[in-house]
Ligand binder design. Structure first.
Ligand SMILES: NC(=O)c1ccc[n+]([C@@H]2O[C@H](COP(=O)([O-])OP(=O)(O)OC[C@H]3O[C@@H](n4cnc5c(N)ncnc54)[C@H](OP(=O)(O)O)[C@@H]3O)[C@@H](O)[C@H]2O)c1
Length: 218
């Protein structure tokens, strides 16, 4: 299977949360946000789940650092039922946007998103088939993807073996909360052996945070 190289990145608290129970996400510092934008600058696409679009309404562009790039990376939203609001900032004209939907997505929603300029990729019956999506992205010339969460999509991508690198900024704060979002949610793996095993490649302090970069072991 030919697919893009995928880097999963997130800013998390020391207790592994990427959003609090109230969905506050101001976790890592300015230096880390600039680091993330430097990664954004070198990839072909940035991908998030619909949960992140609904909670945060992100722009998913390179805007926190000066950039030589002529065009922003392509934005990808994994959104089985085409729930992306027509007012969402990912649909603005700052970059191309692909909405990945399943065959369950209502026709009228798909039509409305197309009219807003999004490209629709259909993969899977109920949920988006992530392997199919990665193949479709590769066919469109996308060779590198920055996966920016949230926890549910991160688990889906890891479970399918579609992640190559993981980098996290660990902020010196603890927030707890059963309802908070963690780096990897979903149903989880049953045993440590089944988990996704990583090799630590690089680690360094950055501002108030600490950066860890890993390679996914196969
Ligand atoms: N701190 C950080 O760096 C950071 C980064 C990103 C996000 N976040 C936070 O994370 C939170 C959102 O996380 P979340 O877990 O609720 O949502 P999410 O991971 O952004 O989106 C999950 C949704 O994606 C859709 N999806 C479709 N196909 C899928 C598949 N095969 N596998 C997995 N998901 C699939 C599902 O909705 P449908 O069935 O409707 O398609 C699913 O509920 C937000 O609060 C955001 O602030 C934090």
């Amino acid at each position: 299977m030919q697919r893009p190289h995928v880097i999963l990145n997130a800013g998390m608290t020391l207790d592994g949360k990427i959003a609090t129970r109230t969905r506050d996400t101001k976790i890592s510092g300015k230096e880390d946000l600039e680091r993330v934008h430097r990664i954004r600058e070198r990839v072909d696409a940035i991908m998030v789940g619909i949960g992140t679009v609904l909670d945060d309404d992100p722009r998913l562009t390179v805007h926190k650092i000066p950039s030589e790039r002529k065009r922003n990376p392509t934005r990808i939203v994994v959104d089985s039922r085409a729930r992306t609001p027509l007012s969402a900032r990912v649909l603005n004209n700052e970059a191309k946007t692909i909405i990945a939907v399943s065959r369950k997505a209502p026709d009228e929603r798909v039509r409305a998103l197309r009219e807003k300029g999004a490209e629709i990729v259909v993969c899977g019956e109920n949920k988006v088939d992530l392997k199919c999506l990665m193949e479709e992205l590769y066919k469109r010339g996308i060779r590198s993807v920055l996966l920016e969460g949230g926890g549910t999509l991160n688990f889906g991508m890891l479970r399918e073996g579609l992640v190559d690198e993981v980098s996290v900024a660990i902020a010196p704060v603890l927030v707890g909360g059963r309802e908070a979002v963690t780096l990897v949610d979903g149903e989880g793996f049953a045993t440590i052996a089944e988990g996704v095993h990583l090799k630590l490649k690089k680690y360094y302090p950055l501002g108030k945070d600490f950066i860890l970069e890993y390679e996914v072991l196969r």
